[in-house]
Design a protein around this ligand. Structure first.
Ligand code: MN
Length: 227
């Protein structure tokens, strides 16, 4: 076998509650998936099919590690989200089969350079540098699916102990099975893929020193400090 010409990149992994690690392949994020958040961003939630963007796997921050305030922005926003971990790949997955492709769940923060995203929207440019920058995805440890219902559960984000975002997964416009089915028509899902299912209303700016602590009932806690 030909030898690697530079040292191979170690796999990105997320700790699993109770032991072990989940190797991450790709991160997909749903754009607008709560009506109240779509409205706060100036959109009509009733007329839009789900849409997706991605972050690189190594954008993840695990274990409550600090998040450096990113370069090239002065408007870093938090987006608290449910995360679905795919254990079995597939394409054109039927909604009725979608749950059998889920390994487990977590919760995470889709951190966003909002000023850069606004400019990208205005100019019709990609969102990659607004969304997929280094350390843009703090995430909780993951829990195996067992009997978790991904369609309900309180989701909340506190910043410095004060509630900034609060909602329930029953407010999702596109359910987890619908998201998996739709996404699997666009790409062949693979074991190790993560899906951030969108944020509820209440997104806002963070500054250095802020302590972000998000929780999803029955799933876990994501924590990071902006430094
Ligand atoms: Mn988001």
């Amino acid at each position: 076998m030909a030898e690697s010409v530079i040292p191979p990149v170690p796999p990105v992994t997320v700790p699993v509650v109770g032991g072990g690690t989940f190797p991450v392949r790709r991160i997909f994020c749903v754009g607008r998936n709560y009506a109240a958040h779509a409205r706060e961003m100036g959109h009509d939630p009733d007329r839009e099919a789900p849409f997706f963007f991605t972050k690189p796997a190594d954008a993840l921050i695990t274990g409550g590690a600090d998040m450096p305030y990113p370069t090239m922005t002065s408007d870093l926003h938090h987006e608290m989200e449910q995360v679905v971990a795919i254990g079995k790949g597939g394409s054109h997955i039927a909604e009725s089969e979608a749950m059998s492709h889920v390994w487990g769940y977590g919760c995470g923060l889709d951190m966003t350079r909002r000023d850069m995203q606004a400019e990208a929207k205005k100019l019709g440019r990609p969102w990659d540098m607004a969304k997929g920058f280094d350390k843009s995805a703090p995430i909780s440890d993951l829990v195996p699916a067992f009997d978790i219902d991904p369609g309900k559960g309180h989701i909340e984000l506190k910043v410095n102990g004060k509630i900034r975002q609060t909602s329930d997964l029953n407010m999702l416009i596109w359910s987890v099975p619908e998201v998996i089915s739709y996404l699997s028509k666009l790409v062949e899902l693979q074991p190790g893929d993560l899906i951030f299912t969108g944020t509820p209303e209440g997104v806002a700016a963070c500054v250095k020193g802020d302590v972000l602590e998000g929780s999803l009932d029955g799933v876990g806690i994501v924590k990071t400090t902006i430094i």
